[in-house]
Design a protein around this ligand. Sequence first.
Ligand code: PHE
Length: 452
Amino acid sequence: MDKTSIHGMWSSRLMFILAATGSAVGLGNIWRFPYMTSDNGGGAFVLVYLGCILLVGLPILMAEILIGRHGRVSPINTLRGLARDSGVSRHWVAIGWIGIVAGILILSFYSVVAGWTLHYTFLYLKQLAGGAAITDPGATFAALLGDPLELTFWHALFMLLTVAVVALGVEKGLERAVRFLMPALFVLLLMLVVYGMTTGFMGQAAAFLFKPDWSVISGGTFLSAMGQAFFTLSLGMCTMMTYGAYLPREGVSIGRVGIAVALTDTSVALLAGLAIFPVVLSFGIDPAGGGPGLIFTSLPLAFESMPFGIVYGLAFFGLLAVAAWTSSISLLEPATAFLVEKYGVASRKRAALGIAGLSWLLGLLSVLSLNLWSEARILDRDIMTFIEFIANDLMLPLGGLLIALFAGWALNRTILREQLSDMPEALFTAWRWLMRVVAPALVLIVLARAVL
Ligand code: PHE
């Protein structure tokens, strides 16, 4: 008999796909992917990123879902149980701890940036009600970043929204958000791509995104691409492992759902690129080196000049906030589930609130690094970029590397085969070698190249 999770179960395969896609698709695709591409010189970065998704991301995504579905509890307890059953070292539990720490760090700045999207949603609402237009997006954005109180307010509001859903548990709350609003975001992005075509700059934008210029590539580029691949698929911090623990066994193929999630996530990122760069180019902005403000300083230019632009602007930032919301929930869930298992189910609200509170406090460092402490540098980075670097570029790949090794070497074949029962033998063998050798080697090479 298959075990079920005490945290609840997804009501169907579709619900899992929606929730996992909701986790994957977020600021990583629409805010971070375009500016990382812009900062790393375009096409070559995109190509390395796609390679990382295919050879490292997708196979590890399957491994995380598989480990979670087999264990049925929060990552730390799942790893503890699996290590015991397989007769391997209990130190594998470290993967779970890396995940919890990375999750708290990521949520801290994620919520700050999601706060920007709430602020912009509000700005467009005000405009719709007759408020002032955003005529100089650069100045509007700078004014927001320069105001620690304003940033803290939206950061707090977003964190509360996240806690509210996690406190309710996995089945309630999440379903509506992902079922209707994510497809709406997809359609809106498509409409922006069509608008991009009317600017006459689509060709140039596509060339920037897809024509690799290898001369701008360095060890750092590989690390950023790898980090982005992990971040965008919500990998390396046991999020997908946690969601996998709530996934029913019957009739659900891990290979198929993994492919569905990875494909959707990648398409949204590429669509976001195709939506944003024509606007950037048509307004004469240099596509290279856009930085974290890229979408906030470029897209409003388009919204102010297109018919019904204000409505688009409102819908775009509103839906982006929702996409961020369905991701932030999944950043909070692993640690919350762990505390619930430790202290009893009644404490879910308190567990979520405690972790989110800690993350919110840490987020204040990011808030301040945008204004009062903007001069502070750690390893050449401002504080927010430093936290992002440690969590996204180092901890996630490291977590992913260990997950791959755990699935490849520690878990016995019978468990793997049972979870991937519908996978043809040849594919299964290929997947296993990706886990054992290829993915760990690629992550190690990239990590080593960047530090050495
Ligand atoms: N994948 C999310 C995004 O792209 C971020 C995330 C990372 C969520 C890690 C959960 C875990 O926005």
